[in-house]
Design a protein around this ligand. Structure first.
Ligand SMILES: [Ca+2]
Length: 504
């Protein structure tokens, strides 16, 4: 009954301070999935099998247009965990560190630790475990393989291990018939389950960040996840060509994939049969990570932590699987910058049965009583807080302030994003007017309809430009930047980009 009361208060205030005013502070389970593009059933993909994340999404707000600020692991994570935007000099590559690039900045996990939270990192969260290490309540936990020299590749087959130890190269994929926890993500899940048990016994709220490594290359996952797919049925990218009129700056040689055994050297493309194998491996890897997420969600429920825990599932950037002839990330294209973001509020706030209906009607009444339209007889639609598909734009620098608002913690001056709590309470609420990913010399402005990339030289002069109309060309096949009739739009977007560049 207490929760119900607080829920009503939350509804009346049209903010989510109820979580904060609850005498028992909410926990956060933050799950990152490396290199995950929106290749999930919940995002409309019919190619992949992702039942666990899909199930979570049905009880959460799914952000259909969530963009990272840098399409590479380390920099994306550093920017997100500090709430600070990348620049030409800050959070540039995979080796970016918060404690070097943004010295003195608070981290999300460190700030929550100061606020009384138990902050814990399991698996891949920041690129370096040493980065801002003291901000965690306990040293970051990472899995180790039997043969250290193989590192993150974590091959299990004797043949691949021998090949790697001899030649320092191995294949881009592997399908060993082993249990989940012979590969790293199964170990990470096991550790996270144990940590959730410990957390449930601790009289302290937690911020638990769990980072799964797949579908990052190499696609080394148990055979049974490969067996979920028939390779012959796998479709290759429908837009395998560079956009018409794309500048040369848009092309890269996807070196991260080429270093694996058997992949053609630049500038040669991946043959179709190999491309099918790689896409198969990516899908199998997504299903493997999805299964690990399922274990965490089941444990959360089993421990009765779900009613008081915010669950966030996020990628760290997108991934090209042959789109534009490209592979991996490292580009300003939409396929490399858009990533999944799903946020589930504690069950006590989003229960769709009695409590949900009460909350919905409370919100409606509250809105009506404040509205000048309230004298009319048109009812405000019943809202369904915490559930739905949010089409409005968000970007990853917004995650830090959102978590603070949900937990009722004071904001920090360093934060360069905006809370999207309004979209969590009502998924149809508007998102941002624009979001701003960037990659090396390229800055992107993405609005509801358009995406424009500008490449800048060291003097700040534009050297190349791409403009796409996502309404008519969502797969980015025609660069409109030099087309007649787009001059004023280009100028307008350019001016917004300059304002952003000068503000960060
Ligand atoms: Ca990544």
């Amino acid at each position: 009954m207490k929760n119900l009361f607080l829920t009503v208060v939350c509804g009346l205030s049209l903010a989510c301070n109820a979580i904060a005013s609850d005498p028992k502070p909410a926990n956060v389970l933050f799950i990152m999935i490396d290199d995950l593009r929106p290749e999930l059933g919940a995002y409309g993909s019919t190619a992949v099998k992702s039942p666990n994340i899909d199930s979570l999404a049905s009880e959460a707000v799914l952000f259909a247009n969530a963009y990272v600020n840098v399409p590479v692991c380390g920099a994306s994570r550093a920017s997100m965990m500090s709430g600070i935007r990348p620049t030409e000099k800050r959070f540039v590559g995979y080796q970016a560190r918060i404690d070097e690039d943004a010295k003195g900045a608070e981290t999300l996990f460190g700030y929550l630790k100061k606020q009384g939270y138990y902050s814990e990192s399991i698996g891949k969260i920041l690129h370096f475990s040493e980065d801002s290490k003291a901000d965690w309540s306990t040293p970051p936990w990472n899995p180790t393989g039997k043969i250290k020299r193989i590192g993150h590749r974590n091959y299990q087959s004797a043949e691949n291990i021998a090949s790697f130890l001899k030649n320092r190269v191995g294949p881009a994929y592997e399908a060993a018939d082993v249990p989940d926890n012979h590969y790293f993500d199964g170990m990470i899940a096991d550790q996270a389950l144990a940590s959730l048990e410990s957390a449930s016994e601790r009289d302290q709220p937690f911020f638990m960040a769990v980072g799964f490594l797949k579908p990052h290359l190499p696609f080394t996952v148990p055979l049974r996840y490969w067996d979920l797919y028939n390779e012959a049925d796998i479709n290759l990218a429908s837009n395998p060509l560079m956009p018409m009129g794309a500048p040369r700056q848009a092309i890269h040689s996807w070196g991260e994939l080429r270093k694996f055994d058997g992949i053609p050297k630049a500038p040669h493309p991946v043959p179709d049969a190999m491309a099918k194998k790689l896409v198969h491996g990516y899908l199998a890897s997504v299903s493997y990570s999805d299964a690990q997420v399922g274990k965490l969600l089941a444990k959360l429920e089993q421990l009765n932590l779900d009613d008081n825990t915010i669950v966030i599932v996020a990628g760290d950037h997108g991934f090209s699987l042959g789109e534009h002839g490209l592979w991996v990330k490292h580009s300003p294209f939409d396929v490399a910058t858009r990533t999944p973001l799903i946020v589930k509020l504690p069950t006590a706030l989003t229960e769709t049965s009695t409590m949900g209906r009460l909350l919905g009607s409370t919100l409606s009444e509250s809105t009506l009583s404040k509205s000048t339209l309230s004298k009319r007889d048109e009812p405000t639609p019943i809202l369904n807080p915490g559930v739905g598909v949010a089409e409005g734009l968000v970007e990853f620098v917004d995650i830090f302030p959102t978590v603070l608002e949900l937990l009722g913690k004071p904001m920090l001056p360093q934060l360069q994003g905006d809370s999207f709590v309004s979209q969590l309470l009502d998924s149809s609420a508007p998102g941002k007017a624009a979001v701003f990913p960037r990659w090396h010399a390229a800055d992107v402005i993405k609005t509801d309809r358009y995406a424009m990339t500008e490449w800048f030289d060291q003097r700040g002069q534009v050297t190349a430009r791409m403009l796409f109309d996502h309404l008519n060309d969502p797969s980015e096949s025609v660069n409109l930047a030099e087309h007649k009739g787009y001059e004023s739009l280009v100028t307008e977007l350019h001016e917004q980009l300059i304002v952003l560049r000068e503000s960060r």
